[in-house]
Design a protein around this ligand. Sequence first.
Ligand code: PLP
Length: 400
Amino acid sequence: MKSKDYIELEEKYGAHNYHPLDVVIERGEGVWVYDVDGNKYLDCLSAYSALNQGHVHPKIYEALVEQAKKVTLTSRAFRNQQLPLFYQELSEMTGYEMSLPMNSGAEAVETAIKLARKWGYKVKNIPYFESELIVAGGNFHGRTITIISFSTEEYYKKEFGPFTPGFKTVNYGDIKSLEAAITSKTAAIMLEPIQGEGGVIIPPSGYLQNVQRICKENNILFIADEIQTGLGRTGKLFACDHENVRPDMIIIGKALSGGFYPVSAVLADTEIMGLFQPGEHGSTFGGNPLGAAVARAALKVIQDEKLIERSLDLGNYFINELRKINSTHIKEIRGKGLLIGVELKSEAGGARRFCEVLKEKGILAKETHDNVIRFAPPLIIDKETINWAIPIIRETLMMK
Ligand SMILES: *Cc1c(COP(=O)(O)O)cnc(C)c1O
């Protein structure tokens, strides 16, 4: 079967909730993927940063296979031998005392919201059920009904109400707007330290520090959604580290399993995480031994291969090379580490057509919003590969 046969099947039998580029991937290795017609591509999306460690990393693969031979799922009705080690290693790496594992990122976001609400009632004494949670405009936190309830993206929600109440939106990057939204019923503010899906939007420097300060002054929890930005993507373990900010809760997912298996988690200290009582929250697969073994290996690869330092160095290199491209289509190039956005002018005719051409030339990148091309390759990429990609990107951005 050729690419077009697979595409026909998918269009016929699958829900059309995505609009993928027409490349049918059969195999991946490191930063490269291969399609069913034998073409090779550089993966510059990394499954929205789930593949920081690269495709089919041999160490994570080994952990997956070894654990799969032993036991894969125990349910949380019993304990398993992998989960405690995962908890311990995650705590040692991140500095948070406890964690709660889930599967998808959206589930971890829901978990953080539940925990923040409970904290609001039990610790802050907000009257039941009047808790408010502040979020930022342009956010992306996932796709559940509660999460889309506070999306500001019309398209994500327009036909899916009624929505979950209890959320207030402020302007991202704007401290005044945040201050104005706080009331005695505010339990938490949740935001992404860099908005990935929003178009690689970096808030003004000092913003995260100010958010942290305002949270402390007003007895509000600061929740950072680092599902995309965390675990090395921006050249620090967490994007909040760029401003030396330590949120009360951090949500991680994506690269936590190096792309093998959905594993997400909420990190917090005991004072907060300890509020959950048995039966108040859970998931059949969350914390299963296979996921825990995979996540342990994925974290170890980040440390052993110094992927955080690599991301910082190579990200700086990549962005500087991109900035040398002299194309009239480019409005702005921004990024931290290997999370880079090239924003095109609105006259450029949209980022999608450039992504289509990049694909023809062997680079997979995806537009985010209409005018931004995101470049976020696996953090194991090397300089040589970046040097291979740059002329292709230049050529593509120079087209009419
Ligand atoms: C991807 C993402 C999510 C949702 O994760 P899923 O695993 O797709 O549910 C939430 N927040 C951010 C910032 C993300 O990038």
